[in-house]
Design a protein around this ligand. Sequence first.
Ligand SMILES: Cc1ncc(COP(=O)(O)O)c(C=O)c1O
Length: 369
Amino acid sequence: MADAFIPVTSPGENYQSHKGAITAAISRVLESGRYILGEEVEGFEREFADFHGCAHCIGVANGTEAISLALKACGILPGEEVITVSHTAVPTVAAIEMMGAVPVLVDIEPDSRCMDHRQIPACITEKTRAIIPVHMYGQPCLMREICEVARQNNLYVIEDCAQACGAEISGKRVGTFGDAATFSFYPTKNLGAIGDGGAVLTDNPDIADKVRWLRQYGWKENRDAKIPGMNSRLDEIQAAILRVKLPFLLEENARRRQIADRYSSIMNEVGIQPPWDIPDTVHAMHLYVVECGSRDSLQDFLRQKGIGSALHYPKAVHQQEAYRQIRGWDHLPKTELLYERILTLPMYPELSDGDVERICSVLSEWKGL
Ligand SMILES: Cc1ncc(COP(=O)(O)O)c(C=O)c1O
């Protein structure tokens, strides 16, 4: 019998790992009779803030709105500029445009594949108000350097942590370096819901209050709108599920890194560039993304051997039709080069040692092809 196909990611297997506790958590919500902003959302917000050693967490509907709400809460106005990268999921940029601000793209630094802080000063104008670094694939950005540029230019920093839950720089969790941080709990994320979910993290009580009001019609108290808001609440059932999974996040991230280490141990021998080890950082290993000159033939070969791989985002943001004319699009050579070379290999904590060895042995066969 042929070996089973190994997918790139498998949120269903993560559900199976936590099935009993998830079923109990859902039933707890159903029986409680309170379905919106109840004890589960409150409990998750407290536990997620504590996990980061941070003062405030506000659960919201998804990671895209978390970015828009954080920008609004920082007082960024329509027409003002926000610097980010094109090597990101499109929602980072969509979220900036959703609240009327203007995204400005800078290039990446090829080792971390994250924002190159040295490119930021040249993009700053009198309208620039914020920087959104993205911890791409789980690799922390050079946050100290980015925050220093922000400090010198009086800019807000909002970390997009959607892909990096649990990652660290010098023992400090990502999401605690900027003025605020945003998270997505999309099902494939390291901390994944069974549907949509997101959060904003901050130590700043004013930003926290504003996000809290904005996520529910601008209500401050007694259903009285203090500012114009929207509906972007974290769902009570999703919060209950996230509370089941959060205590296992670090263990699952460690398993991801164990798998990554095994892959990386053979990559040089097969002529594929593994993710670089960036000193003093802990990678969340959301995605294991390699670089390879003959990426398409590698992908074909893996497919024939029953192994999934993906161009996780086939194009940079500025290469997609909706964003072609975006500011900075013509100065992104390193981003563009990266997109010709990247391939995402299977990565999820439930991959068995047998699966990992099978993937390594297929990669070894590819050597020289
Ligand atoms: C880097 C990044 N930012 C933002 C988002 C948006 O999150 P969501 O899908 O929860 O809106 C994602 C998720 O795909 C992401 O990967």
